[in-house]
Design a protein around this ligand. Sequence first.
Ligand SMILES: Cc1cc2nc3c(=O)[nH]c(=O)nc-3n(C[C@H](O)[C@H](O)[C@H](O)COP(=O)(O)OP(=O)(O)OC[C@H]3O[C@@H](n4cnc5c(N)ncnc54)[C@H](O)[C@@H]3O)c2cc1C
Length: 356
Amino acid sequence: MRIVIIGAGIIGATLAYALTQRGAEVTIVDAGQPAGGATGASFGWVNASFHADAAHFALRAEGIAAYRRLCHDLALPVAWSGCLCWEEQGAALEAQAADLTALGYRAEILGRAEVKRREPAVQAPEEALFFADEAAVEARDLTRALLDASGARCLFGCPVTRIATKGGRVSGVEIPGGVLQADRVVVAGGTGSAALLAEVDVALPLLHRPGVIFRTQSLPPTLAHVCVAPIGEFRQLPDGSILMPTAVSHQADDSDALAASPDALADAAVARLQKVLPDVPLSWRDVALAQRPVPQDGLPFVGACGPDGLFAGVMHSGITLAPVVAEVLAAQITGQMTNAQAEMIAPYDPVRFQRA
Ligand SMILES: Cc1cc2nc3c(=O)[nH]c(=O)nc-3n(C[C@H](O)[C@H](O)[C@H](O)COP(=O)(O)OP(=O)(O)OC[C@H]3O[C@@H](n4cnc5c(N)ncnc54)[C@H](O)[C@@H]3O)c2cc1C
């Protein structure tokens, strides 16, 4: 079975790996370079503590489990550091812990002394939650590693201009100078997906969700966890720099425009971070602006759609969800999806946006 995947971000790369593991012949095509879209600008936090509802929690928790499976098979840039979260305090923090525990998630309440012991550089809060199962991934390196491990053929700098169809089913994709023939086509083009899908009468309404993220200069070992504070989320990268989105609670950020220029947003976020890391000399080195692929209802867009042989995988929190979505889509595309997998992705079926 010849499969073309449009998009070499985290979704396309994990899917390429899952499909070649099932024996498919995969070609991946990207208008730019691997992880050149939202993936390369991501915070890289793998978590289920943030979720929309119980089904979304279950999908995200399975996302963490799918990372464990991937890391069992391959050496990948995934750090199982866990997360310290003190966005809330008092009754609100206890309620958050109780909600997550009721869902079967590991959420431990730590007092100030223990937080200080674990993160000595941090201006420790009264209490924090510790999510032991959460991780941080270097999404750019991970994408490259999965593409390499997949053995898929890759075409970069090569925009897909149209999904080709014949007799009501996909036949390939148009690229500069010709057509790549395929039995199945998967649209994993992030914010570029909607335009391609519209041409084959598949509606994918996307929200406008710009995201800004900065890195500091390289520092000696300072932080051990993904840290989630009222001033924002931050973590230290393997190169010593600290990475932080400029929006507080960036996963829930619903601004459709930037409040200021990226450099001004980074200045303000560094000033906030400095209060939490008072003895660490901080300045930002680079700042990135990217568009997050967020479907209109905030939930993933996953599964078969439009002409026979066409599939899509477009979502926010794509770093968390990529491995589980890849497993399920690969099973669906090769006709091996289990009932449990079908149930898990049912709420995210593209059909919900299509006209009757
Ligand atoms: C600031 C920020 C922080 C984030 N933090 C987190 C986080 O902590 N945890 C988390 O889970 N998620 C996070 N996300 C979200 C996550 O990064 C995205 O959901 C994920 O990267 C989407 O991956 P993707 O592969 O679908 O899209 P992308 O990475 O955008 O890749 C799509 C690719 O498709 C290509 N493409 C598009 N159109 C075409 C075309 N016509 N022809 C050929 N190629 C095409 C593009 O060039 C691009 O390379 C964050 C996002 C941002 C911006």
